[in-house]
Design a protein around this ligand. Structure first.
Ligand code: CTP
Ligand code: MG
Length: 246
């Protein structure tokens, strides 16, 4: 079932407030504890919309979204978000230090346990090399919007921010898109190794990022048009074949 650490969608349809047409139709899937479920599909197919329903950025009118087997509407905002490590499609950094960004405004003074946590999170996110090359390292300055770091570095710091919180469930919205293949692979391997048993939902545009997921959902116009492993989908999902061959 979708017990501890699980996510489940039960026949979810969703329309944005004020919109006429639903963006998601009859979405059902399960990510059990420790599994990696990937969502792939063309731009506008509804991938971000699926993820947004889990932390309740929006509420569904039809169907149910469950976390640990419980309808998300029954959690307090705080209790729900404490379980989730959400990395948004656009990495958001604020003006401050590397540590402050990873600990999300929390204090991570040099020598504290929090600083140890920041180092560990940055290491898992494959950011140690560039952070340690920065002037000031973990106390180095990040400009407003992260304008002084590259796109891939921004992504790694925003992933580190999620890792730092040690969530039960990771939600990655295209969070690896600016990483080269090797960093992408190593980061995901480190996450699996170091976050023992966390459930992961990965939205991605490239096959390499999701190939080894336990299950891949293929979205098209807000519907799931295929679900299975990479091999299964290559056999029997036309939309997936098109993505894989493009
Ligand atoms: N949409 C909307 N209102 C929003 C966000 C999105 O009406 N606040 C619409 C978009 O215009 C789109 C559909 O919902 O038609 C799905 O959007 P989204 O879930 O963001 O699609 P993704 O698959 O995430 O697209 P991308 O790969 O470009 O991120
Ligand atoms: Mg998106």
């Amino acid at each position: 079932g979708s017990g501890e650490g699980g996510v489940e969608f039960r026949d979810v349809s969703f329309t944005y407030p004020g919109a006429e047409e639903p963006v998601l139709r009859n979405i059902s899937f399960k990510a059990r504890k420790g599994e990696t479920v990937a969502i792939i599909g063309s731009t506008g197919s509804g991938k971000t919309s699926v993820l947004n329903l889990i932390p309740r950025f929006y509420d569904v009118a039809e169907g149910e979204v469950l976390v640990d087997g419980i309808d998300v509407r029954r959690y307090s905002q705080h209790a729900l978000r404490a379980k989730l490590g959400y990395v948004s499609q656009r990495a958001v950094l604020f003006s401050g230090t590397v540590s402050g960004n990873v600990a999300y405004g929390g204090s991570a003074a040099p020598g504290s346990d929090a600083e140890e946590g920041v180092r560990r999170a940055v290491a898992i996110a494959q950011g140690t090399d560039f952070v340690e090359r920065m002037e000031g390292q973990y106390e180095g300055r990040i400009a407003q919007g992260g304008d002084n770091v590259s796109g891939g570095q921004k992504q790694r710091l925003s992933i580190a921010r999620a890792v730092y919180r040690q969530p039960d469930i990771y939600l990655f919205d295209d969070s690896f898109s600016a990483l080269d293949y090797r960093t992408d692979r190593e980061l995901r391997a480190a996450l699996r190794r170091e976050t023992g048993g966390a459930t992961t939902i990965i939205v991605a545009q490239r096959i390499g990022t999701i190939k080894d997921a336990d299950r891949i959902l293929v979205l098209e116009d807000g519907r799931i048009v295929g679900s299975g492993t990479h091999e299964e989908l290559l056999q029997d999902c036309e939309t997936y074949q098109e993505i894989a061959l493009s």
